[in-house]
Design a protein around this ligand. Structure first.
Ligand code: KMH
Ligand code: ZN
Length: 289
């Protein structure tokens, strides 16, 4: 198969950790970090294991999902005190947030932010049955705001048709090269591609030129799809936002435990995890001290 995407050098991989999300909490796994201090400590542990990017969700003190720039800024500052991880905020937010509230985090000046590339229907959580809305017009609003704050979008792809959306956006020159995409398989929502490994090569046939990709398998698919992504020249995202288990019947002890496993697999494949400094170079982000 001819490759048009940007393949990582065969001895390198960028590991993103998504430590906590709108759908997971301490009730599901007591080790899920929820509040700023524990998010920062867990991020530092993941950095020490080899993560280069931290994907961030924030919560109010009562545990509800928030887009508050103040809370995101607090999380950023706490992480920056400990290490130079690349900060990637979530604009996916939670079902309690409006589109505007989902972009408030950009005011906290992350380096990257997630950009969800299409609408899905929630099937789990309190808001099951409602749309997780990301219409074409909304996506363009998100991008315009990201550009205003000089934030690089991480395009989150949940099915093959969302690659058409990505290609459309790039044709409009709304995002700067090199592009960065997360290819997701196994999200529970209606409209998302299932976690069948055979969909990964299909995704790769349609991803834009000049794009790096990271593979995110949701749930028990996280380890095998991530490994496959690395073999195909990609990067990998792990973490309890998408997988609260270490293995069947055994909850993950920490996000660092999930990062450490992926680093062990990477090393067996002859790859070293990129430092945040190296990852910034690949992704065209400004260097940070
Ligand atoms: N949990 C992932 C499948 C976002 O935060 O914007 C999707 C996600 C979206 O991480
Ligand atoms: Zn997320």
């Amino acid at each position: 198969m001819a490759i048009s995407y940007l393949s990582m050098p065969e001895d390198k991989v960028i590991i993103t950790v998504a430590q906590t999300g709108a759908l997971v909490n301490k009730k599901l796994n007591p080790n899920v970090p929820e509040q700023p201090a524990e998010i920062a400590q867990s991020a530092f542990d993941c950095f020490n294991e080899g993560a280069a990017i931290v994907h961030i969700h924030a919560r109010n003190p009562d545990g509800s999902t928030t887009g508050s720039a103040e809370i995101f800024a607090d999380i950023h500052a706490r992480i920056q005190k400990k290490c130079n991880l690349i900060l990637q905020d979530s604009t996916g937010g939670g079902s309690n947030l409006t589109i505007e509230q989902r972009t408030e985090c950009l005011e906290a000046r992350p380096e990257m932010a997630s950009l969800n590339m299409g609408t899905l229907i929630r099937t789990i959580g309190d808001a099951a049955g409602t749309p997780f809305s990301n219409t074409r017009a909304e996506i363009e609003r998100f991008v315009t705001r990201m550009n205003r704050f000089n934030v690089k979008p991480e395009m989150e792809i949940y099915n093959v048709t969302m690659l058409q959306e990505a290609n459309l956006l790039l044709q409009k020159k709304l995002i700067q090269k090199p592009f960065s995409l997360t290819l997701i398989l196994g999200m529970a929502y209606q409209g998302a591609q299932e976690a069948d490994p055979m969909f990964l090569p299909t995704y790769l046939q349609y991803i834009p030129e000049e794009a790096y990709f990271s593979v995110l398998g949701v749930g028990k698919a996280q380890t095998n799809l991530g490994s496959m992504g690395m073999i195909l020249g990609g990067n990998v995202r792990v973490g309890m936002e998408d997988n609260i288990y270490y293995k069947r019947g055994e909850l993950a002890k920490s996000n660092a435990q999930l990062v450490a496993r992926m680093v062990r697999i990477a090393r067996e494949l002859g790859k070293e995890p990129c430092s945040p400094y190296e990852a910034r170079q690949f992704l065209g982000l400004r260097p940070v001290d």
